[in-house]
Design a binder for this molecule. Structure first.
Ligand code: 26Q
Length: 799
């Protein structure tokens, strides 16, 4: 390290700042990783192994230094060396910006998958966009969310390598010209297209302790013409050039911050095609240069997974290249495309299903539109002739319908596998959302329940707990997470439970000090840490949680002597900038916090904390300190959830609805080790379909509910200027679309059970350890094994 700081900064070690040390250690890691990276690539090339490419508009990787140190076995050395010179490793690692190139679950899942692919020695790589601005930074001013740009690349990013020589050209707009060749076949040429240079930046993905280094390739948009080409021209041309250059660079300019509603912005469509075209061109170049087999064999060498519909233009783009550049006929090109691409669905929310105006696709991507049109024609013709029973529903299945291109339909028709991300989610796709497609292609549908990398989300973020676990069951769980199940043998062992309990308390103490530093709020480390951290959305029901807080507050006001176990409610959530109601909920949480935290009648029994700018690094601090994991979505709405898994792994108990992967957690741990409540998915879907729920009835009959809603309406919370009429109206006049009132009573009751359980330490700790023991199933290693063997058909590499 001394040599590094000297070489890099011309400084003695003792004069190095935390930032210098961060760069120095990153450079040491790179010296270790880069040769292995070359070796891994060489092995893949030499053995011509089948590889998978994971196409995603988002990779929420967070920080990499500590993770890379851990995976290449240098973490203990680095920590030791830093401590020896009086430095706090955490403060050194904190100099890395969070790579916030994702909104939430979908983007973080992609990052976990890359970790598991490399750690299991699978040849699998990520393809994404190098956004200059990641997800906005959230500031809260007087309870209001303010968005600031996240210019994460301000300073040198040590993990990326620009590969200028591997750039590819992307074409937008222009016109398509057909030309009949002598043999009668058609040839397509494009004229007057806008050209963009896609430049790859590669980031190494380091496998755990195994010498494997895969690649995350992020594309950046650059102008094809150089500034100097304009030095001699008229200045008007020069400024036109600058303007044009700017608009091109916009393509990889920023990540769209909406996570569950789709917005039909042209720039977003450009981004999607940019990612897809660059990645597919690159994949085909790799195939031709390094595999060199006939194109018809391509599916034996390559699988492409598309992360939701966002990269679904991969299907027509693949067709375009195979036909226009490689001169294959339609049928052959279709055969190859259809057997290469697989699609993962992450949502059943109808407002999130991507649709693009057909005129927009036609203008921006004329050749791609022609191909989609032809796919659609052939598909619909097939339906008409081969499936007369479906004739009535063709408009619901057609890829182009009501002047729009329906991306999920394109993705299903053009792929060999369609998967949901938890059992219940896949069942809903099969039975409801995609039932006709399921009827048509039953073999295409399959489930792959999500997982998270236990190396980052347990081993790295909770070293204390990891040590205690390894003390009793040994360290093999690190590579075989299913072995955590051996902890069951210790789930009633008093001395072990005590150790786990002590670790939790230490983690809570660390979080309490972070909270104090950031907010000035003093919290009781012995209180129940009741945590909800996720994007803010009506269906995730942060509102139900804050209603519980208001209810407890009202109870305490009525009876300040109430015997209540102290609780700290912790929230972290970003709202999409244009999502008005979500922002109102953030304001409500802050308003409640400012009242509850300062009311002497409460005597410190309740505290409400909203931590601003929730992101991966903050999650890493909160999760190990969580007692209660709030997973309370309206049943049927949360496709899987992954925070539920991260918290379970760290010994938190779930308060949850029967939704997403909560159900599978319940199935494993059993009802006595989890707190489930509320409407079931079929009940919710039934109410949506047939009615029968009236929110106002609950308002009229439940005094607790009426009191809370009236407080929102009458401005008791914050008085005068701050009222929450919009929330009030949404519940009473839009009939509570997410069933907050309906689930209120069972939710309150469940939390009373939580409180009783918490008082009985040995029962609680037994529950906690049982959860950790069963969490192995939710490692993304298990998920990736399933994708690898059931969808991708890829093998582990042997050196
Ligand atoms: C689409 C078009 C235009 C602009 C934005 C978008 C867009 C971007 C991100 C739409 C959706 C997303 C993200 C969705 C997401 O994160 N879904 C979550 O995926 C997790 C991983 O599978 C699940 O665990 C969650 O349940 C699911 O909500």
């Amino acid at each position: 390290m001394a040599a590094k700081t000297n070489v890099l900064f011309g400084k003695k070690l003792k004069d190095a700042t935390n930032k210098d040390l961060y760069y120095a250690i990153a450079s040491i890691v790179n010296d270790e990783v880069h040769p292995q990276w070359g070796e891994t690539n060489h092995t893949y090339e030499k053995k011509k192994v089948k590889q998978v490419f994971y196409l995603s508009m988002e990779f929420l990787v967070g920080r990499l230094l500590e993770n890379n140190l851990l995976n290449c076995g240098l973490l203990d050395d680095a920590n030791g060396a830093l401590k020896k010179i009086g430095k706090d490793p955490e403060k050194v690692y904190a100099n890395e910006p969070d790579a916030g190139l994702g909104n939430g679950g979908l983007g973080r899942l992609a990052a976990c998958f890359l970790d598991s692919l490399a750690s299991l020695k699978y040849p699998g790589h990520g393809c994404g966009i190098r956004y200059r601005y990641g997800l906005f930074e959230q500031r809260i001013i007087h309870g209001h969310q303010i968005e600031l740009p996240d210019y994460w690349l301000q300073e040198e990013y040590p993990w990326e390598t620009r590969k200028g020589e591997e750039s590819v050209k992307i074409h937008f707009r222009g016109s398509v010209h057909m030309h009949r060749k002598i043999d009668g076949s058609l040839e397509f040429h494009y004229k007057n297209t806008d050209q963009v240079n896609a430049v790859p930046y590669d980031i190494p993905v380091v496998g755990y302790n195994n010498q494997v280094v895969n690649t995350l390739r992020l594309w950046s948009a650059e102008s094809i013409t150089r500034d100097t080409d304009y030095l001699t021209s008229k200045s008007s041309k020069y400024y036109h050039h600058l303007d044009h250059k700017h608009s091109i660079e916009q393509i990889s300019g920023f990540l769209y911050p909406d996570d569950s509603s789709y917005e039909g912005k042209e720039l977003r469509l450009k981004q999607q095609y940019f990612l897809v075209s660059a990645s597919i061109q690159n994949i085909l170049r790799h195939f031709k240069r390094q595999i060199g087999a006939p194109l018809s064999d391509l599916p034996e060498y390559i699988a492409i997974q598309i992360n939701d519909t966002h990269p679904s233009l991969a299907i027509p783009e693949f067709m375009r290249i195979l036909m226009d550049d490689e001169n294959l006929g339609w049928d052959q090109a279709w055969e190859i495309t259809r057997h290469t691409i697989a699609y993962t669905n992450h949502t059943t929310l109808s407002e999130a299903l991507e649709k693009w105006p057909k005129t927009m696709v036609q203008e921006l991507l004329p050749r791609i539109y022609m191909i989609i049109d032809e796919i659609n024609e052939r598909f619909c013709r097939g339906l008409w002739f081969d499936h007369p029973e479906l004739r009535d529903v063709i408009p619901e299945l057609a890829i182009i319908a009501d002047e729009q291109v329906h991306m999920a339909r394109l993705a299903i028709v053009g792929s060999f596998s369609v998967n949901g991300v938890a059992k219940i989610h896949t069942d809903i796709l099969k039975k409801k959302e995609m039932k006709h497609f399921y009827q048509l292609f039953p073999d295409r549908f399959n489930n792959k329940t999500n997982g998270v990398t236990h190396r980052r989300w347990l081993l790295q973020v909770n070293p204390r707990l990891s040590t205690v676990i390894s003390e009793v069951i040994g360290p093999n769980w690190i590579c075989r997470p299913s072995q955590l199940i051996s902890l069951l043998r210790y789930s009633k062992d008093a001395s072990f439970l005590e150790k786990v309990d002590k670790v939790k308390l230490e983690n809570k103490r660390s979080l309490a000090s972070l909270i104090y530093d950031r907010t000035g709020i003093k919290i009781d480390e012995h209180s129940i840490f009741d945590v909800q951290i996720k994007r803010l959305h009506e269906y995730k029901r942060q509102l139900l949680n804050i209603f519980h807080v208001i209810y407890l507050y009202n109870e305490l006001k009525d009876n300040p002597n109430l015997d209540l176990t102290p609780r700290t409610f912790i929230f972290g959530a970003k709202a999409a900038p244009s999502y008005h109601l979500a922002k109102e909920v953030i304001k409500l949480i802050h308003t409640v916090a400012s009242i509850v935290n300062h009311d002497p009648d409460i005597r410190g029994k309740l505290k409400v904390v909203f931590l601003e700018n929730y992101n991966v690094s903050l999650a890493e601090k909160i999760i190990p300190a969580t007692d209660i994991s709030e997973q309370i979505s309206t049943a049927s709405k949360e496709a899987s959830g992954t925070g539920n898994m991260k918290m379970m792994m760290n010994g938190a108990l779930t308060v949850g609805t029967m939704d997403g992967a909560n159900i599978e957690i319940r199935d494993l741990v059993g009802d006595q080790h989890i707190f489930m409540f509320g409407l079931k998915a079929d009940e919710v879907l039934n109410y949506y379909e047939h009615g029968g729920y009236t929110a106002r009835d609950i308002y009229n009959t439940d005094d607790r509910v009426r009191r809370i809603l009236d407080q929102l309406n009458e401005g008791v919370f914050g008085s005068q200027e701050i009222e929450f009429k919009d929330i009030y109206y949404n519940i009473l006049y839009h009939n509570d679309p997410y069933f907050v009132l309906k689930d209120f009573d069972p939710y309150i009751e469940t939390h009373e059970l939580v409180e009783q359980a918490y008082r009985d330490r040995s029962t609680w700790m037994n529950m906690s350890v049982t959860n950790i023991a069963y969490s192995g199933k939710f490692s993304s290693d298990r998920t990736i094994q399933e994708y690898a063997s059931e969808i991708w058909k890829i093998n582990k590499t042997h050196p």
